[in-house]
Design a protein. Sequence first.
Length: 110
Amino acid sequence: MMPEISSIITHIESEPATIEPGDELIHDARLETRLKAVATEFPEILDMHDIQIKRVRGRIYVSAHCTMADDQPLSRVHDVSTDLEIRFKQEFPELFRVLIHPEPSTDNRR
């Protein structure tokens, strides 16, 4: 057990992927607000939080946690997450990579 680690989040990809450390975390309240506004287009998303924006080799990466109802089928959760990633990239073409971490409402520890 490692007390300095409070949580671990995993994301399974269907294609090979690499994790790149960010050159810098970006605190952009305006972009966060705009991302949350786009998320409201999806009624399945109850809440979006823990938004991280980072720059990696000059490219912008976004990750966010999205709370969805416990009774959503996994296939629907995947579809909504994918559609949200696509909408973010349509709305903000400067985004290089978007990663959505879906979580059930009963596991939302905020």
